[in-house]
Design a protein around this ligand. Sequence first.
Ligand code: NDP
Length: 337
Amino acid sequence: MSTIPKTHLISGFENQGSYEEIKTLEVEAPQITTGSDVIIKNKYAGLNFIDGYFRQGVYPSTVRPYIFGREASGVVAAVGKDVTKFKVGDSVAYLSGNTFAQYTKIPETYTQILNLGSGSLSEKEYETYGGIFLQGLTALTFVNDAYKVKKDDFILVWAAAGGVGTFLTQFAAQKGANVIGVASTSEKLEKVKKLGAKYVINYKTEDVVARVKEITGGKGVIATFDSVGKASFETSLEALSRKGTFVSYGNSSGVVPPLAITRLSPKNITLLRPQLFGYIVEKDEWEHYSKFLVDSVKSGKVEFEITKIYPLSEYAQAAKDLESGTTTGKLVVKIPQ
Ligand code: NDP
């Protein structure tokens, strides 16, 4: 007999729009319907900007209610009769949609999941595993696959105190690069320095291009990791050196408008608009990067800080906080058990 209840609580929306459209809803819970189904009872799930983009309609969606959440930690609550890789009671951490929910169903063959074994984890570990993967793996894959950061490179990291930014700063600095971290306040920049950035720029009070030129002896940076999007695009382009790489990966200030490809010619710029999932499709890619990330966090080589945990029912406030641009580190929601 399945222990999955008929209904469960989710955070989602019926109508696209602003924060008032975020609702905690009681909907039908997923059930085991095929032999390969795995149902996870979620414990903690990380906040990410992408949920806001779906809510606002920046990215399209059709299923209603739309359930927020892209990553979580939890415990396997039920498995189909043919499942061998997971047992009820196994702790797991995974990347998937629909994680702002008490229960999430995935197939046993699902790739982007780590089975953490049958021993129960500490609450702190569930918190960490619920929030490290999306931003941590974005940074890790980007410094290896989008632009292979090398020793002595000068690298510009936007929103360096933010979710992806804190990981980017640390991974790039650990490769021996000269990280130039950009952020909006002196508190954020202090943090960025502690994470290993050699130089910091407050874009509210300083001219980013002039400072980059000063730091790099007039050459510019070999790569820019730009999550801010619309507001920083031109500055990033100007700050790049000849043969530089522009990794444009986010829209915090708005989507980058279309541009003429000829804009890249004067400095032979390489421009990418990568997404994390494109780098972790294959099982070996997922295993390589997720293990590296977990080891880095566990060993303390990489600092990861959850700055606030919200109950699932307060996700609207959490989304407001994240999207205001004032937060640092990681925000997570705690799923009611
Ligand atoms: P952050 O924690 O970095 O938060 C966003 C930061 O952007 C803010 O803290 C703020 O830092 C800065 N910012 C600058 N302008 C604005 C603005 N107008 N409004 C809000 N914030 C602004 O978020 P994440 O690391 O989670 O994500 C950053 C971006 O990267 C998002 O667009 C996200 O969707 C994208 N992303 C893309 C991925 C991909 O696969 N392509 C994967 C993961 C994230 P400051 O005050 O210092 O400027």
